[in-house]
Design a protein around this ligand. Structure first.
Ligand SMILES: Cc1cc2nc3c(=O)[nH]c(=O)nc-3n(C[C@H](O)[C@H](O)[C@H](O)COP(=O)(O)OP(=O)(O)OC[C@H]3O[C@@H](n4cnc5c(N)ncnc54)[C@H](O)[C@@H]3O)c2cc1C
Length: 424
């Protein structure tokens, strides 16, 4: 597709203002901070790109990151989201160096860092009285100006990404549950109920684990439960907690917490799966407090917050990885729609961000949506996603089999770290 270069009304200097509320049915900011490289290419003559008008289905981390990158590149983006408002299931999230580098690439690192709690390293403690510290590991990133990881409340991260996407000119269309994608010669539309929405060059399904886009393009594979379930609570941060802390041993497969701001952190306990999805809030908090009794130290403060009504979320871990291709003609799935894994290495969102960055880089530099572009996308993405899914599953299996794998774990994690440090 070819577009003539020149002035564009969305490049006029106007003050940007974030929408007063998120999640209106439709939002688009009149102003944008377009990609300077692309603007100079436009001024120099015609611009050739693979897509001009894209629907991103899903306003999670993957969809919002995708929308930012495309809108900054001058593409018209509609974000089609099922919820009436920007929602964030879960409490906080840990993000590692590759995720932080993706935020820098998207131009949101400063805002994300301000909203979250950056840190280096990891602390291991023992269950029982005193919660003795048995190890403090430093984890250099290789990038001297960035921490190795951070925690952030999911809601704060969503807000930063959404505001940036809207400031760049993307449009949020909320309360629209995509039922699938309809494709005609050279174009795709999103089906919402009986209606066909838009005429797009590409529909990007970033609609999570139970992706309707994935199903509508005929991909049958999808997430499978791994047998583990997690209780998560959003609580206050005791001042002694300055990094992720995990407990080695005790009744839970994984027990720990991650700071998400000066005042907050999320705490988690992982056990075998149970049918607990509809547990009332009071009971969920009571269950989590009872199950944490083997853990001491900062868990005393966590239990006090649970007794005071801290929000608790229960969910299962899943795993899947789609074989390539992840696209059919003008529809593609990325993020959790394409792969998921237990968060034993906390890489799911990081891999989703890598999908968004790789795909949008190619869409903004390729002239056509052709097989060579898609092959390059899979070359960049499938191997890295597989390395993360396999390592995360291996760790989950080692946690469940009751044997001592402490001598194998460091090499598994270090090997994955080396793989992820390679450029995509
Ligand atoms: C318990 C747990 C803990 C985790 N912890 C970490 C961690 O610490 N670090 C990390 O990197 N990763 C972690 N992950 C993984 C991470 O949460 C996901 O990889 C990431 O959130 C995926 O983002 P997404 O945007 O692809 O999907 P989602 O966050 O699921 O977003 C999908 C969006 O699409 C919308 N949607 C769904 N269907 C439709 C439809 N039909 N039409 C329109 N909109 C639709 C949804 O409402 C939602 O807004 C964890 C996962 C779990 C389960």
């Amino acid at each position: 597709m070819r577009r003539e270069g020149g002035t564009s009304s969305c490049c006029r200097p106007r003050r940007c203002r974030s929408p007063a509320r998120w999640g209106r049915r439709s939002t688009r900011s009149p102003c944008s901070e377009r990609d300077p490289i692309r603007i100079s290419r436009e001024r120099g003559g015609s611009v050739v790109t693979a897509v001009q008008h894209v629907a991103v289905v899903g306003a999670g981390i993957t969809g919002l990151a995708t929308a930012i990158a495309l809108a900054r590149g001058g593409v018209e983006v509609d974000i089609i989201e099922a919820s009436e408002e920007l929602t964030t299931v879960g409490s906080g999230i840990s993000l590692q160096a590759n995720a932080l580098q993706a935020f820098a690439h998207l131009g949101v690192w400063d805002q994300v860092r301000r909203e979250g709690y950056p840190f280096d390293g990891l602390v291991l403690r023992l269950p029982g009285p005193g919660a003795d510290v048995i190890s403090r590991r430093e984890e250099p990133t290789g990038a001297s100006d960035m921490p190795s990881a951070m925690g952030i409340p999911r809601a704060a991260l969503a807000r930063v990404l959404f505001d940036r996407a809207i400031a760049l000119g993307a449009r949020g269309r909320f309360g629209m549950r995509a039922a699938g994608v309809e494709q005609r010669a050279g174009a795709a539309s999103v089906r919402v109920g009986e209606e066909l929405i838009g005429t797009y060059d590409l529909v990007i399904g970033a609609d999570g684990l139970h992706s309707a886009v994935r199903e509508s393009i005929g991909i049958e594979a999808g997430p499978e439960p791994t047998g583990m379930g997690i209780w998560r609570a959003f609580v206050g941060r005791p001042s002694e907690v300055t990094t992720t802390e995990l407990y080695y041993g005790g009744p839970a497969y994984i027990a720990g917490y991650t700071p998400t701001s000066e005042s907050s952190m999320y705490a988690f306990l992982v056990f075998d799966t149970e049918k607990r999805f509809q547990t009332p809030p009071d009971e969920a908090a009571r269950i989590m407090a009872e199950r944490s009794l083997a853990y001491s130290g900062p868990w005393e403060a966590i239990r006090a917050d649970l007794a005071g009504g801290a929000a608790v979320n229960y969910t299962w871990f899943t795993s899947h990885l789609l074989d390539a291709p992840w696209h059919v003609d003008r529809a593609v799935v990325i993020g959790d729609a394409a792969h998921s894994c237990p968060p034993t290495i906390a890489q799911g969102a990081a891999q989703s961000l890598e999908d968004a960055v790789s795909l949008t880089d190619l869409l903004l530099s390729a002239e056509r949506l052709d097989e060579s572009m898609w092959e390059e996308f899979y070359r960049r993405r499938v191997g890295r996603a597989r390395a993360v899914v396999d390592a995360s599953m291996q760790l989950a299996e080692w946690q469940r089999d009751g044997e001592d794998h402490s001598h194998e774990m460091p090499e598994l994690i270090a090997g994955l770290g080396r793989r992820l440090a390679e450029s995509a």
